[in-house]
Structure formats: C-alpha cells, structure tokens
Design a protein around this ligand. Structure first.
Ligand code: ZN
Length: 113
C-alpha cells in the first residue's frame, strides 16, 4: 500500500469517522477455521461495500471531499485489503483479480493524464 494513499484515507476518516469504523469492522472479520470455507468477497459485497457507497463516492452529495471517485477508490482498496483471503469459497478470488486489474488500469490512466 502506498503511503500517500493511506495519508489520504486518514484525511477522509477525519472528515467521516464512519470510514474508520468501517475499516475496524473489516479488520475484525476473521476466517473461522471451524467453518469449511471463507469468502472475503461475500462479506465485502453483502456487508461492507453497501456501507462504503453511502460514505464516499457519487452517492455522497453533502461533502465534496467525500463525494469523489478517488475518495471511493482509496477507501475501497484500503478497507478491502484488510479482509482475510478467500478460502475454499465459490468465488475463487475472482473479484479480487478483477479489482487488481482495474486498479492497475486506473493507475496507468492517472499517470497518462
Ligand atoms: Zn471468495
């Protein structure tokens, strides 16, 4: 993780403490070895991402610092990153691969701009 991203995320958290709370929620997620499988993407899409979209990105209209695609991207990457890896789940970490590819493409686009 790049330092500048973390610094930007911390600034966003100072404006919107619920982002920091969401990160803590993601950190608290554990892969329970007693269960046959664990899917980070299931938890992400069912529980964490819906909350994220309320806090940052285009849906967030009351605060210009929070309502940017960049605020969304940075928060997405940092919070998703702390989830344990998928284990024996049906998604095969596919969403994560797509996320990586999109992230790389976006960074390239940012460099070109
Ligand atoms: Zn999975």
């Amino acid at each position: 993780m790049k330092k500048s991203r973390l610094a930007e995320f911390e600034k966003l958290c100072a404006i919107e403490p619920r982002l920091a709370a969401l990160l803590e929620r993601a950190r608290a997620v554990k892969d329970d070895p007693a269960k046959p499988s664990f899917c980070a993407n299931h938890i992400w899409y069912e529980e964490l991402k819906p909350e994220l979209t309320r806090l940052v990105g285009w849906r967030r209209k009351d605060n210009p610092a929070l309502g940017t695609p960049r605020a969304y991207d940075i928060s997405y990457q940092i919070i998703y990153d702390v989830l344990p890896a998928c284990r024996d789940c049906a998604c095969w970490g596919f969403a994560e691969v797509i996320q990586d590819v999109l992230g790389t493409a976006r960074e390239e686009a940012n460099h070109a701009a």
